[in-house]
Design a protein around this ligand. Structure first.
Ligand SMILES: [Zn+2]
Length: 262
């Protein structure tokens, strides 16, 4: 008994410097905590600027997990752990009704998005010399690096990147109908619905893009609070961000029903 109290005392004493408690889980966690602005922040929903901007590697990030094989089209698809769990629950429920959900794309890094963006940027250089018009044309379907929800580890592209595949007579018509009826029960929302009453600005409709709101909603709040145009640098055409109101019209250009936390 004496040795127990001695051990407890030593643990309490050492925790002041070394971390005996549950907070001392990994060096990555320590690194994240060091970037936090205040110790009073709700750590369950704190995301660093690098996480918001996609500047990390999901393959080694402790909060990320691989999407398991039956639901992923490639082995290197990652999401935040809670999003993977919700996605698997949703995919199993769909499977029970004969609907196969397959993830084509999940977390994408800043450098991956930069590759996509700059390929289009230089391809269109001759036909669109006006920089803002060129950026706007790319933004019909592709996000500017640092502004994609795919950076967050909360969003997936499912089954096909062609609208006609989800429409009447298309191979994924039933998939889309099932998602519209049930995805919200698992926390997922179609962020890029048709432009109109529920969405005033932003990308064209994407029937394949679904977002896990329990994590994506707090990420959006923190993104809007902490990211400014001046942080969107390091790629061709970055100077167009302010003219395009990139955060107001594109990052915030999501369906009103996806603004709520589920
Ligand atoms: Zn997408």
């Amino acid at each position: 008994m004496l040795s127990y109290f001695l051990l407890l005392w030593l643990c309490l004493l050492s925790s002041a410097w070394l971390g005996c408690g549950p907070d001392s889980s990994s060096s990555a966690s320590v690194e994240q905590r060091n970037t936090r602005s205040s110790p009073s922040v709700d750590t369950a929903f704190y995301f660093s600027l690098n996480e918001l901007l996609g500047k990390f590697d999901p393959a080694v990030h402790p909060d990320f997990a691989r999407i398991p094989a039956p639901y992923a089209t490639r082995p290197d698809l990652y999401l935040r752990r809670k999003a993977v769990e919700a996605l698997v629950r949703m995919a199993k429920a769909a499977q029970a009704e004969g609907i196969n959900l397959r993830v084509l794309s999940a977390t994408r890094s800043f450098s991956h998005q930069k590759d996509i963006w700059e390929r289009k940027w230089y391809e269109r250089a001759n036909s669109m010399p006006d920089l803002v018009l060129r950026a706007r044309s790319i933004l019909e379907y592709s996000a500017m690096p640092g502004t994609s929800r795919h950076h967050w580890g909360t969003d997936v592209d499912l089954n096909s990147l062609r609208h006609e595949d989800f429409e009447a007579g298309g191979p994924h018509e039933k998939v889309y109908k099932w998602l519209c009826q049930h995805a919200h029960q698992f926390g997922f929302c179609q962020t890029y619905t048709p432009l109109g009453q529920n969405r005033a600005f932003g990308y064209r409709e994407e029937k394949w893009h679904w977002s896990y709101l329990p994590l994506a909603s707090p990420m959006l709040e923190q993104y809007v609070a902490h990211v400014t145009d001046s942080l969107l640098t390091g790629f061709a055409g970055a100077q167009t961000a302010t003219s395009l109101k990139i955060i107001q019209h594109y990052v915030l250009g999501i369906d009103v029903n996806c603004r709520r936390r589920e």
